[in-house]
Design a binder for this molecule. Sequence first.
Ligand SMILES: Cc1cc2nc3c(=O)[nH]c(=O)nc-3n(C[C@H](O)[C@H](O)[C@H](O)COP(=O)(O)OP(=O)(O)OC[C@H]3O[C@@H](n4cnc5c(N)ncnc54)[C@H](O)[C@@H]3O)c2cc1C
Length: 368
Amino acid sequence: MDVIVLGGGLMGTASAFFLARRGVRVTLIERGRIGAGATVASFGNIRRSGRHLSQLPLAARSLSIWNEAETLLGRDVEFRPTGHLRLIFDSESLDDMRAFAQSAQAEGLILDELDPAQLRTRFPGLGPTAIAASFSPNDGSANPRLVGPAFADAAARAGARVVDEALVSEIRTSDAGFEVKTAKGTFRAANLLNCAGAWGRSVAAQFDEDVPLETWGPQMAVTEPLPYRIAPVVGVWSQTHGAYLRQVERGNVVFGGAVDRVRIESEPGFARPDPARLPAQVAAVLKLVPALADVAIIRQWSGCEGYVADALPIMGPSGTTPGLFHAFGFCGHGFQLGPGVGAAMAELIATGQCETPLKEFAITRFAA
Ligand SMILES: Cc1cc2nc3c(=O)[nH]c(=O)nc-3n(C[C@H](O)[C@H](O)[C@H](O)COP(=O)(O)OP(=O)(O)OC[C@H]3O[C@@H](n4cnc5c(N)ncnc54)[C@H](O)[C@@H]3O)c2cc1C
């Protein structure tokens, strides 16, 4: 069996890695640099709380791989299970959290509920006006800059051919199955896996499959380095977009959320943050950690991500073309899922089935 994986973000590199480990002949084709799409721009949050329930089995599979990432990949991608703290500021959000926690329990996600006294004792200085919080002790974060290249290198060591900076000029079906013409030559394989991220819609469209996907950029920023004090990833249960932040071990506090995403044209897909939105974002962050009031912000960025109309990704076989598979459109929360997506897609392609339920993510849900 042979497979071309199109797109060298986290989904493509992880899929190439798990396919190669199954003994499948894999060629990973990336038109730019490995891991330099939405993946590198990510906040790096590895959280399960607040996800659509249909994603929790996949998120659980992914978390077990994140826990083994250093051994599997032969390098530290800075996965740190420091826990995920979500602050609650109003009673509607507390009800939401409790309802989610109850449903998520069946999927193995245990959320601890903290009252204000417990919050102040365990996490002094975080959310002083919060009325409650949830804490998920096994979640955490990893370094988005390291993970794509680490999966690609590990895939290459497992036998995959990795072709980067290969502008793709044509993708078509052929006698061999699929043919992909690139600036670095023409590649053929019986199977094609579309991991083209925000650009996955245009790849799928070439096989007569339309997906209501739009491209948007979440807006991120980072502070100067500070003494390391905030261990967990911090977010909010909120009726609107809440802010979120984490402190890396080198001391910088990375933050995002709380403001609208920036609109991006999918071609070329270059995302620019809007500096005018920063004050509102900072105000929301200060509600979580007032001690950041006088800190310098040293950089802002965004990244081109594909958002599907129903906020669920596209994963599974094509509805039109045998041998074609899709894994794209992760709607701003694919970083946590990435390793699990790679393992699940490799299992599906290599064996024809997948132990993780993917039915809700089928591209055919939009076929009508
Ligand atoms: C600012 C930001 C913050 C985020 N924060 C989080 C977070 O904290 N937690 C979380 O879980 N998720 C987060 N996400 C979402 C997460 O980063 C993405 O869902 C995930 O990285 C998507 O990976 P991908 O491989 O599908 O896409 P990408 O990383 O975009 O990779 C797709 C690749 O395909 C390539 N490509 C496109 N077209 C072609 C073609 N025709 N041929 C060959 N290659 C092609 C592109 O060059 C690109 O490298 C965030 C996203 C952004 C933008």
